[in-house]
Design a binder for this molecule. Structure first.
Ligand code: ADP
Ligand code: MG
Length: 303
């Protein structure tokens, strides 16, 4: 089940919210759409889900064009919009039956609603009004409505925003499970979320794609070096440090503390400790860090 976005531009008046965006997502991928506020994530999702037309370019879902074959696309796609709009005065079961009625004959509704309640863990809350539920449970109702017609593609716009840490883990688990058999595109600002559930990340900034990589590759691609943070017991001469083998850069960041990067990802901890020994320094602390996805995001979007 593929989603193909081809040269999509979206104008709101004179403002370009999306600027010639192209990507292709194949079956079984969980893709994180990452970007600062206003980057164009929700706009992209609204175009894929037939809520908004693009100004130019095309989008197809499993070969169906979102404009020409919008009904087929809607059958294939489940969508949880940003801020999860729900009818707070409806009961959970009543609402899910209402949504199911859009997609399936009356005879199938009851069973399907029961399955969804079980799948999303809504059993204890199923007889309540939606407005009375906690945010985490409202989110489950939102996921249940997105999944009710067993869509092949699931589009989730910031599905975990505003959840507490427990709710966050539960909703991520539900999304991961759905991702085992569906193509999932989710938007988020949370880097750890991308690392936890996505296998690919598309970073979007000011309407343009600035990175599109498997999650694991992204950090290596942009900042290949390891970073060593070291604290000596006295001031060290930069000339002496930089002369050590495999040292690429050395910058002091506090008194006697240095941030050092190595060439070819070399582990330079032995050199550093020999250096300290030979020059009668003591190492008070030494740690090695990999570049984090968060830093890559900051580099790419300037946030
Ligand atoms: P994101 O979801 O990444 O925060 P959006 O897609 O919501 O970004 O918005 C991208 C840009 O388009 C923003 O500058 C936003 O203000 C603008 N925008 C979004 N929707 C509309 C609209 N309906 N009318 C005018 N401008 C809009
Ligand atoms: Mg948004």
């Amino acid at each position: 089940m593929s989603v193909k976005v081809n040269n999509v531009t979206k104008l709101y008046g004179k403002q370009k919210a999306l600027d010639e965006v192209s990507f292709e997502i194949s079956s079984g991928q969980v893709v994180g759409l990452l970007g600062p506020n206003g980057a164009g994530k929700s706009t992209m999702m609204k175009i894929i889900t037939c809520f908004l037309p693009a100004s130019s370019g095309s989008v197809t879902v499993n070969g169906f064009d979102v404009i020409q074959n919008s009904v087929e696309v809607r059958r294939l796609v489940g969508y949880l919009p940003e801020h999860n709009p729900l009818y707070y005065d409806m009961y959970v079961k009543e609402y899910l039956a209402f949504v199911a009625g859009i997609y399936m004959p009356f005879s199938k509704i009851k069973n399907r609603v029961g399955e969804m309640i079980e799948l999303t863990g809504l059993q204890i809350e199923q007889h309540k009004k939606i407005g009375a539920l906690s945010k985490g449970y409202k989110q489950r109702v939102g996921l249940a409505q997105a999944l009710i017609h067993d869509p092949k593609v699931l589009i989730l716009d910031e599905p975990t925003s505003g959840l507490d840490p427990n709710q966050l883990i539960e909703i991520r688990q539900l999304i991961s499970n759905a991702g085992k058999e569906k193509t999932v595109i989710l938007s988020t600002h949370i880097m750890q979320e991308v690392e936890a559930i996505c296998n690919r990340v598309i970073i979007i900034n000011k309407g343009k794609i600035v990175a599109d990589d498997p999650v694991r590759m992204l950090t290596r691609h942009f900042r290949p070096e390891k970073v060593f943070l070291i604290e000596f017991n006295k001031e060290v001469d930069i000339e002496a440090l930089i002369k050590l083998p495999f040292i690429k850069t050395a910058e002091p960041f506090e008194k006697c503390k240095w941030r050092i990067t190595s060439i070819d990802n070399a582990d330079i901890r032995p050199q550093l400790s020999r250096f300290a020994q030979q020059n009668n320094f003591l190492i008070l602390s030494l740690s090695m860090e990999e570049t984090k996805l968060e830093e890559v995001f900051q580099q790419l979007t300037g946030c």
